[in-house]
Ligand binder design. Structure first.
Ligand SMILES: Nc1ncnc2c1ncn2[C@@H]1O[C@H](COP(=O)(O)OP(=O)(O)OP(=O)(O)O)[C@@H](O)[C@H]1O
Length: 261
C-alpha cells in the first residue's frame, strides 16, 4: 500500500544536541497511528517537521508523494494549548469557519461543514458562544471541529488532551475514535500517555529517548469498537500496555549509540 504520509530517516539537531537521529513512520490513507515516547524524546519536534513547521536536519517528509517543505494545505494540526489556538474575539462558529474562508470554500458549503463538524463534537448549540465562555474540554472540541471541518487528508495531534481533566480526556479520546470512523481522516496522534496510545491507535510507534530512533512499531489488535470500560478491562489491552511500558522503560535505560556519522 502506498503511504499517504511518509516520514523517512528524519533527523533533527538543535545546535550540538541531537534530538531525532533516524525516525521513519509511514501512514497509509485512513490509518490512526499513535506515537509514544519518553518525555523530551522529540515528539513535538517530529510532528512539527511532519507539518512543515520546522526544517529537519536530514531525512524527508512527503504527503501524497509531495515533499513537505512548508505547511501543506491539506494538513491540519491540533496542539495541546487550545487556549492559544482559538481566537477569543471570534465566536465558536467563526473560529471553525475561518480556515474554510482562507481555503475559499463558498458560503453555503462553509455553513454545512461548520454545522457538521460542530455536531460531530457535540457543540451544535454553542456556535454563538465565545471560546472564553467554554470549559477547557469544550475549547479543545472546538479546535478539533475546526480541524475536521477543514477536511484535511492528514490530521496531526500533539498531546491534545494533556491539559484537561481525566473524565474530559476519556470523552475526548472517544470523540477522536468516532470522528476517525465517521470522516475517515488519517491521524497521527502524539502522546506520552501509554494507555491513551493503546486505547486510540490501530498502531503504536514507540520512540526511544534522544537521540531518538523508532524503538518498536506495534499493531493494536483490539476490536475496532472501543469503549472506556470494556476495552480498558480487556486482558489484551493490559498486555499491550504492559509491553509498551516495558519498551519505554528499556528506551530510557538504553545508552545512546554512537552518532551515525
Ligand atoms: N528550539 C529548540 N532549541 C534547542 N533545543 C530544543 C528546541 N526544541 C526542542 N529542543 C530539545 O529537543 C528535545 C526534544 O523536544 P520536544 O519538545 O520535541 O520533545 P517532546 O518529546 O515533545 O517532549 P515532551 O514529552 O516533554 O512534550 C528536548 O530535549 C528539547 O529540550
Amino acid at each position: 500500500m502506498t503511504a499517504l504520509l511518509e516520514i523517512s530517516g528524519l533527523r533533527k539537531v538543535y545546535g550540538d544536541f541531537e534530538a531525532l537521529r533516524d525516525v521513519s513512520v509511514s501512514l497509509a490513507d485512513g490509518e490512526l497511528v499513535c506515537l509514544v515516547g519518553p518525555s523530551g524524546c522529540g515528539k513535538t519536534t517530529l510532528l512539527k517537521c511532519a507539518a512543515g513547521l520546522l526544517q529537519p536536519s536530514g531525512g524527508s517528509v512527503t504527503l501524497s508523494g509531495t515533499p513537505v517543505t512548508a505547511p501543506p494545505a491539506d494538513l491540519a494540526v491540533v496542539f495541546q494549548e487550545y487556549g492559544r489556538s482559538l481566537f477569543p474575539w471570534l465566536t465558536v462558529r467563526r473560529n471553525v469557519e475561518l480556515p474554510l474562508k482562507q481555503k475559499k470554500v463558498g458560503r453555503a458549503e462553509r455553513a454545512r461543514l461548520v454545522d457538521e463538524a460542530l455536531t460531530a463534537v457535540g457543540l451544535a448549540d454553542r456556535g454563538d458562544a465565545y471560546p472564553w465562555q467554554l470549559s477547557g474540554g469544550m475549547q479543545q472540541r472546538v479546535a478539533i471541529a475546526r480541524a475536521v471541518a477543514y477536511q484535511p487528508s492528514v490530521l496531526l495531534m500533539d498531546e491534545p488532551f494533556a491539559a484537561v481533566d481525566a473524565q474530559t480526556r476519556a470523552d475526548l479520546e472517544d470523540l477522536i475514535r468516532s470522528i476517525w470512523q465517521k470522516f475517515g481522516v488519517t491521524i497521527l496522534f502524539v502522546t506520552h500517555d501509554i494507555d491513551e496510545a493503546v486505547y486510540l491507535g490501530e498502531r503504536v510507534v514507540v520512540l526511544s529517548s534522544a537521540p531518538t530512533i523508532v524503538q518498536e512499531t506495534l499493531s493494536v489488535d483490539l476490536p475496532a469498537e472501543r469503549d472506556q470500560l470494556t476495552t480498558r478491562a480487556d486482558p489484551r489491552f493490559t498486555e499491550l500496555r504492559a509491553h509498551v511500558y516495558a519498551e519505554i522503560q528499556a528506551a530510557k535505560k538504553r545508552a545512546p549509540a554512537a552518532a551515525a556519522d
